[in-house]
Design a protein around this ligand. Structure first.
Ligand code: HAS
Ligand code: CU
Length: 568
């Protein structure tokens, strides 16, 4: 008996399930195609600027030669951060989730027009953000900390991108509600449940940045209020900023748990554990933001300590993931003849670029996770905060766990959406491996520079008068990493462009990979119940943020004027 089709309460009169037709699938594929296309276009520009930053750090500043377009290192750094960290991720995730949820529920979108409207709002927001950013009127980096002040359109555009992503979430939740009515008592399929939990977490998280932009930044840039309160703004930002990193990570987990085992002949080690991990992220992702503000004055140590403890709590579901996902892959490798304690690793599906990219992403994430756990310590953080250690950490996480996994997903999703063969397996494999080695060197160099020499982050190191010759070997290590990453990025665009443009039809249709659980029995009902988890998440946020936010709002002083300190 199939797990997902067994009604637990057959007496309930439910509306008949709505079948998923080819034309419904076309709608979803079209929407997904737009999101994925836009995300890759944004990444192209973003990665090119990353190369310029790497070169600047070894004293090769190319920005003076590019002045008609890119005015300075900081202009480039802003575009790099916004396009890679905010646009590539958010657009890709909205497309991937729409695709995966509909297929997982096996039901059409409840309101396709809402999904189209969401896409339009997000694109409108992107254009509005992009114009002042490209015009050097919003060189405020991707965290846009006040009192740095961007053009108002930058903030309004970002707000629209967030509102559009909410609409994507509503579109999926309405679809789920309709599915639930038609399938009372049936366990939600894992992939759909995991996407929906992530979207609900995103709704809670984005309240912080929405409040920051709407109540503080927009009135301030439009001159409606005399100034702003940087500490309150930073606190609202990081309320959002930490769960933002899990919004980047969890789609990779959807794939690692729900899809990747099937790509190497394995099974999901435990369906219950996989669900528990996602619920734990809903519960614990948000009330940890003060770990980004350990050095901020004005927030008492007690609150920082509480958030530290909760941060160690939210690392726990990732530790569970490390063990269970590896076990799921091992099942596949052993079924393919793998033997020994570690010998089975050779039998994983290393010939498939989609699989390989994601497995390499997981290995890099093991290192990125370790540096995260180091950051999380209140005392050790003081040694690494605002140093190049932090970009070392986040290039292994969002730049590898997320990005390399999304590349791997593209290697089956783009052929699926276009009906064309992947161009070519060999190049795509080379892409994954060059990213892996490039990022290892790049991140290792950055971690060491930050830890040993306190090399600052967000800084034009090539022009720093305090630069020391001791930095040089590590900077050259990062440069080799940058060159490999440049080769890798070029290969990625070649593979995608070749797949989309060359008329080489698929021999066989591709389906979304879906990993079956090892134990086919239904997971316990409490792992398919929203109320306690959502209520718990809200309660924890209120406890961990409520008193401090209340205090900051009650004592808010809109004293700070805006600054535009960047070179024009
Ligand atoms: Fe972080 C700063 C703490 C995870 C991203 N983080 C950042 C910033 C970014 C970022 C962008 O506590 C900079 C923000 C800025 O601009 O200022 N981070 C953590 C902790 C975790 C963590 C505790 N971060 C992430 C993820 C990110 C991300 C995920 C993006 C996707 N981070 C911090 C802190 C700061 C910070 C402080 C502030 C620093 C400062 O001073 O400013 C944890 O969630 C990590 C848990 C992960 C693990 C790893 C599990 C391993 C797995 C893979 C297993 C695979 C294996 C290989 C073993 C415990 C799941 C198998 C191999 C085979 C062959 C089969
Ligand atoms: Cu964080």
């Amino acid at each position: 008996m199939s797990v997902q089709t067994m009604p637990l309460n057959e007496a309930t009169a439910a509306p008949a399930p709505v079948p998923l037709t080819d034309s419904d699938l076309k709608v979803v594929d079209r929407i997904t195609g737009w999101y994925v296309g836009i995300s890759i276009a944004a990444l192209t520009i973003g990665l090119a600027l990353g190369v310029l930053q790497g070169l600047e750090h070894v004293g090769l500043d190319l920005y003076p030669y590019l002045t008609p377009i890119f005015k300075s290192y900081y202009h480039g750094l802003t575009i790099h951060g916004v396009l890679n960290a905010l646009v590539w991720t958010t657009f890709f995730i909205c497309g991937f989730f729409t695709f995966a949820t509909v297929r997982s529920l096996n039901r059409p979108l409840r309101y396709p027009r809402l999904a189209y409207a969401a896409l339009l709002v997000m694109v409108g927001g992107l254009i509005l953000t992009g114009i002042p950013m490209l015009a050097n009127m919003a060189t405020v980096l991707y965290t846009f900390y006040p009192p740095l002040q961007a053009h108002w359109a930058f903030y309004v555009g970002l707000t629209l991108v967030v509102v559009g992503s909410w609409m994507v979430g509503y579109s999926l939740l309405f679809t789920y509600a309709a599915w639930r009515k038609e399938n009372p008592g049936v366990r939600t399929p894992f992939i759909a449940l995991a996407c929906l939990i992530t979207m609900v977490m995103w709704q809670i998280a984005t309240l912080g940045v929405a409040a920051e932009i709407l109540f503080l930044l927009i009135p301030w840039t439009l001159g409606w209020v005399g100034g702003t309160d940087p500490l309150l703004a930073r606190t609202l930002f990081w309320y959002f900023g930490h769960p933002l990193v899990y919004f980047w990570l969890l789609p990779a987990y959807v794939s690692w748990y729900g899809m990747l085992p099937a790509q190497t002949g394995g099974k999901m080690f435990s369906g219950s554990l996989a669900r528990l991990v996602f619920w734990l992220f809903l519960l614990l992702s948000t009330p940890v933001g003060f770990h980004h503000q350990y050095t901020d004055p004005g927030i008492p140590q007690t609150w920082k300590a509480i958030h530290m403890v909760l941060t160690y709590g939210v690392a726990f579901p990732s530790l569970l993931t490390a063990f269970t996902v590896v076990a799921s892959l091992e099942i596949g490798a052993r079924a393919r003849g793998g033997k020994g304690w570690f010998g089975w690793i050779r039998k994983l599906n290393w010939g498939d670029p989609s699989y390989t990219a994601q497995n390499l992403a997981m290995i890099l994430f093991a290192f990125g996770g370790i540096s995260g756990i180091i950051n999380a310590s209140y005392s050790v953080n003081l040694a690494v905060h605002n140093t190049s250690w932090i970009p070392g950490h986040f290039h292994l996480t969002v730049g590898s766990a997320t990005t390399l996994t999304f590349f791997g997903i593209c290697y089956w999703l783009v052929p699926k959406l276009t009906g064309r063969k992947l161009f070519t397996k060999g190049l795509a494999l080379a892409q994954a491996w060059t990213w892996f080695f490039g990022m290892l060197l790049f991140a290792n160099g950055y971690h060491l520079l930050g830890l040993r020499y306190g090399v600052p982050r967000r800084t034009m190191l090539g022009a720093a008068p305090y630069a020391s010759p001791e930095w040089t070997p590590f900077l050259y290590e990062t440069l080799i990493g940058v060159v490999l990453l440049f080769i890798s990025a070029t290969l990625f665009f070649l593979v995608i462009a070749g797949t989309v443009l060359l008329p080489r039809k698929l021999d066989r249709p591709i389906e979304m990979p879906v990993a079956e659980p090892l134990d086919p029995r239904p997971t316990p009902a409490w792992l398919d119940t929203w109320f306690p988890w959502v209520a718990g998440a809200i309660a924890l946020v209120l406890l961990a943020y409520g008193p401090m936010l209340w205090n900051l709002v009650a004592n808010a002083e809109l004293f700070s004027q805006g600054y535009q300190v960047w070179p024009r």
